[in-house]
Design a protein around this ligand. Sequence first.
Ligand code: NAP
Length: 266
Amino acid sequence: MKEYKVALLGCGKMVSALTLGWKDHVPFHHYTFTPSKTRAKDLAQKLEGTFVETLEQLPPCDIYLLGCKPQNVQELATDLKDKISKDAIIISVLAGVETKRLQELFGPSKVLRVMPNTPVLVGAGVNALYFSESFSTDEKTFFQKSFESFSMAKVFDQEEMIDVITGVSGSGPAYIFEFARILSEKLVSMGLERETALDMVIETFYGASKLMKESNDSPLELRNNVTSKKGVTHEALEVFKENQFESIVSKAIDAAFKRSVELSKS
Ligand SMILES: NC(=O)c1ccc[n+]([C@@H]2O[C@H](COP(=O)([O-])OP(=O)(O)OC[C@H]3O[C@@H](n4cnc5c(N)ncnc54)[C@H](OP(=O)(O)O)[C@@H]3O)[C@@H](O)[C@H]2O)c1
């Protein structure tokens, strides 16, 4: 099988997680670049790839994986545009930067947008994929399988769905971590040792996620299984209801979606 040359432009948390995830499953040779060099050197070593000190040293690649922050993309494109062949493939993990803009900035028409989340670090991530029009079916299958080699990968036919999903699967781990933080702080305030409190909360989240994944019951049915009338859980859920927990969550997701759309228009 052909070995693809893949340029990693940015080697932060997300690109490291994705590439270390697919390292043993895909025929890629990685070239790593970051402005401050340190993270590029480290990642090249872990991937058995090649560190490049400057973009001038980057050889022509088949795939360019954009992993900088959205605000750095313009600068990166200015430095790179003339080096990228029109037949190359751009993969972007940048939140809120649309395919059309990436095509204008970098040149190639084949753009794969990916919205991953941080659990890819432990092989339990969610990747939302959107392919621009010019990919062949074989190419789409190849890339979907590459992402599925280490985490879930779902393909969406409409690019707008990436903005919708960003506020749930992309940002979602932060909501779970926040909920876990609040619950463990509460346990500490009620007398538990911090470490014990955190262990109990983490294991509760882990167990509930595993149960949701492995059971045929819906989240609603699983919730009802722990909720007896006038029981302990019922009391807590009533407080959620009185304080409009569902509406708070819905407003938060609307705000995340609005911000994702704003970023993609800016
Ligand atoms: N974190 C998440 O949960 C998450 C989820 C979904 C999508 N994303 C997207 O993933 C992207 C990266 O996020 P991250 O959390 O991995 O960020 P990060 O850890 O801060 O890494 C950003 C990387 O970009 C590099 N960089 C900065 N300017 C650059 C330039 N001009 N050219 C090439 N590389 C450049 C940085 O280089 P130095 O090492 O030299 O600083 C760093 O290696 C973002 O666009 C974000 O929207 C993140």
